[in-house]
Design a protein around this ligand. Structure first.
Ligand code: FAD
Ligand code: NDP
Length: 443
């Protein structure tokens, strides 16, 4: 028999007057945070039928990072990487949601929220009332239209990727254009991961981005140099310090050339635009307090309206691990943990503030890096001669506040996590003298 940690759903009916259906908690969104929130409700014994999830995607929540890694290389398909396989958990497919009584509305968009009457309006499922609301709408890619290139946005062959729905057409285009030319606009996560994937898929890839090196916001010049070296070996060309200013199509309306601000023209058959993401705040931006383009929440993910929570990419939160510094994190580990913390708060199991050790990672070709902690202006980087094995440490004086390893062993990966958590004081001179990654970890 299902155990209920919350009042029966029927108790809420008078509060939400006219809603077609009423739930104890409604999750808006069907991405990473939504999937992990659903699992946490089940783990904590929420009653069957108490929780609903509404997603505009046609598929059950999946581990989004797999889109730009396995999926785009035709190696992994949904539902193969449904949440929560990415963290070693169960693959939650339709059966899991049905058996556990999480009422799921797929291919359904929430079109408005009446916070006063605690009622959502959807495009396909009528109105839905809630007692608690978890906003988990994530973010969406910045597009050419956002960049005021409306004409270019109409051309075929130009893609962004965020969901299965937009990544499948990109995959089809890669298969169709094998041996042809691809362009990645952006030198961040999407740019690097897609450039690698498109190369593996047999396209000739160029990247264009405004910064002096890839992953400018995180990588030190030494880290970027390693990546740029490997990418050059794989035949990827990088055009730095400029941006795409327009695209030209052929007579069929298919892209054939990019025009760059520096005057260069780059022939291209497939274009991926990866120039950042923007939170999906339209449903709530005029009604909830906002910060850093997202929903401002406290350390328990509560927004400025009682019983309304925001998690994942959509939330700007005070990070107790960083002494309450206001943070917004667009990465999967935070999406999972913030969702689980929030559910514990809702079910009265958690009263403390979220203390998050930032964790980012990526994988391209045979490269794989992990980063934990904080960034600072001082970094020390060490690379094994002639190898891709590299470590970097972000320092505040002689205190380590962040750590990175590329092609690290499992032991090194746990060490960087432990270092970033403990923030030890170390012998900086000895670290500077380290000639190999092993020397550095020995310090
Ligand atoms: P999302 O997972 O984006 O989910 C939001 C959901 O809300 C979607 O299902 C969306 O359709 C739905 N939605 C939005 N509006 C509505 C509405 N009005 N009604 C109904 N539903 C709605 N992070 C890493 O740390 N490592 C990685 O390797 C990595 N790789 C990535 C690769 C790609 C291609 C992308 C796009 C992101 C990657 N990330 C990675 C980032 C990570 O996936 C995100 O931080 C994470 O998915 C955020 O989770 P979320 O639940 O907040 O948002
Ligand atoms: P990022 O913010 O990581 O990178 C965007 C890049 O595009 C930046 O280098 C940016 O430069 C550059 N840029 C901005 N404007 C232009 C322009 N006009 N022309 C060319 N380049 C430009 O965003 P992504 O698009 O790569 O990723 C989207 C989302 O997906 C993010 O939330 C990201 O965290 C997530 N993601 C995470 C992954 C991971 O964690 N491994 C993998 C894939 C996606 P500048 O910095 O100067 O603005």
């Amino acid at each position: 028999e299902a155990k209920s940690a919350a009042p029966a759903v029927g108790d809420l009916s008078t509060e939400m007057g006219g809603a077609d259906k009423i739930f104890e908690t409604v999750i808006v969104g069907g991405g990473v945070a939504a999937g992990y929130a659903a699992r946490e409700f089940v783990r904590l014994g929420a009653a069957k039928g108490a929780v609903a999830m509404i997603s505009r995607e046609a598929v059950y929540p999946y581990e989004r990072p797999a889109l730009s890694k396995g999926f785009i290389m035709n190696k992994a398909k949904v539902p193969g990487f449904n949440v929560c396989v990415g963290s070693g958990g169960e693959n939650q497919g339709e059966q899991w949601y049905v058996e556990n009584g999480i009422e799921t509305y797929l291919s359904t968009s929430v079109t408005s929220i009446a916070f006063d009457s605690k009622t959502l309006t959807t495009d396909k499922a009528g109105t839905i009332g809630y007692k608690n609301l978890i906003l988990a709408m994530g973010a969406r890619p910045v597009t050419l239209t956002d960049m005021k290139m409306d004409d270019a946005a109409k051309l075929k062959g130009i893609y962004t990727l965020r969901e299965v729905e937009d990544t499948q057409p990109l995959l089809d285009a890669l298969i169709e254009n094998k041996g042809k030319k691809a362009l990645c606009v952006g030198g961040g996560y999407i740019g690097l991961e897609c450039a690698a994937a498109m190369t593996v898929m047999g396209l000739h890839v160029t990247m264009v981005f405004p910064e002096p090196h890839v992953m400018q916001r995180l990588f030190t010049p030494e880290m970027a140099a390693l990546y740029e070296e490997v990418y050059a070996q794989k035949g990827i060309k990088m055009i730095k310090g400029t941006v795409a200013s327009g695209f030209v199509g052929d007579s069929n309306g298919k892209v054939k050339e990019a025009h760059l601000k520096n005057g260069e023209k780059v022939p291209c058959d497939v274009v991926v635009v990866g120039v950042g993401a923007k939170p999906n705040v339209e449903l709530c931006q005029d009604k909830l307090d906002m910060e850093a383009r997202a929903v401002k929440v406290n350390g328990r993910f509560q927004s400025s309206i009682p019983d309304v929570y925001a998690v994942g990419d959509l939330a700007t939160f005070p990070n107790a691990f960083l002494g309450g510094v206001s943070s917004r994190v667009e990465h999967v580990d935070h999406a999972r943990r913030s969702a689980m913390h929030c559910v514990n708060v809702i079910l009265g199991k958690e009263t403390s503030d979220y203390a998050y050790l930032p964790y980012f990672y990526s994988r391209e070709f045979d490269l794989s890096w992990k980063f934990y902690g904080q960034q600072s202006n001082e970094t020390l980087t060490v690379r094994d001669p002639g190898a891709n094995h590299m470590a970097a440490f972000w320092m505040e004086g002689s205190t380590v506040v962040g750590a990175f390893v590329e092609s690290g062993t499992a032991e090194e990966e746990s060490m960087i996590q432990a270092l970033a958590r403990a923030k030890p004081t170390i012998d900086v001179a000895a670290l500077k003298a380290a000639k190999t990654v092993a020397d550095a970890f020995a310090v």
